[in-house]
Design a protein around this ligand. Sequence first.
Ligand code: HAS
Length: 542
Amino acid sequence: VDRRDAKLALAHIYVAFIALALGGLAGLLQTLVRSGKFTLPANISYYTILTTHGVLLGLVLTTFFIIGFQFAAVSRTAGTFSDRVRFWGWIGFWLMTIGTAMTAFFILIGEASVLYTFYAPLQAHPGFYLGLTLVVVGSWISGFAIFAHYARWKKEHPSQVSPLLTFMAVVNMVLWLVCSLGVAATVLIQLLPWSLGLVDRINVLVSRTLFWYFGHPLVYFWLLPAYMIWYAIIPKIIGGKIFSDSLARLSFILFLFFSIPVGFHHQLMEPGVEPFWKYVQVVLTFMVAIPSLMTAFAMFATFEMYGRSKGATGLFGWLRKLPWGDARFFAPFVGMLFFIPAGAGGLVNASHQLNQVVHNTIWVTGHFHLTLATTVVLTFFGAAYWLIPHLSGRVMTKAMNRLAIIQTIVWAIGMAFMSGSMHFAGLLGAPRRSAFSTYGNSPQALEWIPYQIAQAVGGTILFIGIILVLVIVTNLAFFAPKGETEFPVGEVAETAERTPLAMENWKLLISITVALILIAYTIPFIDMIQNAPPGSKGYKLW
Ligand code: HAS
């Protein structure tokens, strides 16, 4: 990656890891409070800490890492950015950073304890919503910078299929752009006027629906960069080949189609939505599991083909040939392993009857600590181990690689404790998002306490994991020996089919995406506005 583009990517990654340090500390405090063994000072609320944790890790760490990684990946595979693209990349970065600082300020002074899902009826200071708006606008500018670079590449290479990583980054940013329109709408049309006192009530159902129109694809905006690393980079790291370029692209296209019209699976218990539309969106949710199953298949195929090319025999002999001592592979691989139970948990959530058991329990928190905080985050850590030294012009030493392997193991153990006990406590009915309470020593609540203590043990181990990764990242950015580190990009296996150009027919891809969204949302949305509670006026958004 060109030195100037590297600077842009690194700036994003630094902010991401600062967010990890602060957000991780908030996470540790939360698990301690929930265990009942620790009390926060009287002027700090549990919900302030919970919001800090969710916003910094769920929104800031992810968005900054993803955009930084994608800038690097696009520059590496589609060529150095023009000055104009880089300029807009920096504008996007600064808007996002200023927005993040504003948002964090209002959370920390206790004026925005609205959780990372911030939909009504919780209300924050207008400054919180303005900060979020800057973050979203900044990310759109970065997205358009990537689109402009891609368009130039396509113009200069007519009738050629674009580089895989660039294509994937473009799909992810299209997904982001289409879904973040929902959050922009609720913030600008409802939450901001309401918190400024311009209107005195808003339609809560519409606010939640617009949030989840955004909130579910958001999780795929986090997942797809991990899949970019699995599909396009891990094969090179292990010394193998990409199983199929077109399969990888097809899975990304399916994510674009199916990850947006599924928000109702977060609202299965919502009384204001007709069961028929919940059913439609649950069917679409099961469709969105298919590209993940395709990804599992492709990863197994890549590993097996490589192992067999090295002489492995037997059903699982290829496992022995994988580079277990290389943290760039080991951390994402552990992430993949965790995704097997994590994905199964997602399918439980999406099943209407089972959702009634787990909804709003700490099971859901366990689910997203396996998906986001393990599968995605461990893959990002694994990528940081080559990306940061590549961008900073340094090399990772053997000692740091060993520490990174230990970090991965510590993370896996901490998460098994924390997320495992969250799943069990959730099945016993323990609510999510509540500080320690025995509910008047009710026998049911007393059953949860051992699990809450196990969560605190897991949280403490994970905090050690955060310290370790921060040591490694600081070393790679500033202290590791100078030298050249490769940005690994895999080649496609000779046995793979040629990728059809039609896969980049954006008019068709975007039309199908929009059609699915309209089918899944138009009628229920009209219903919500028409049947708004008495007292609503205007378009019944307020
Ligand atoms: Fe989810 C709630 C359904 C995936 C994140 N999810 C959440 C929330 C978050 C989140 C943050 O239907 C909470 C939101 C809140 O605060 O309220 N989720 C799903 C489904 C999937 C899914 C069906 N979620 C994710 C991913 C996330 C994420 C990914 C973050 C990155 N989720 C739900 C539902 C709710 C929900 C409901 C609402 C619950 C409620 O009531 O509130 C699917 O996409 C999962 C598909 C995945 C698979 C697994 C494939 C396995 C692979 C690994 C292969 C391994 C290899 C290694 C190759 C089918 C790809 C093997 C090697 C060997 C040697 C074995």
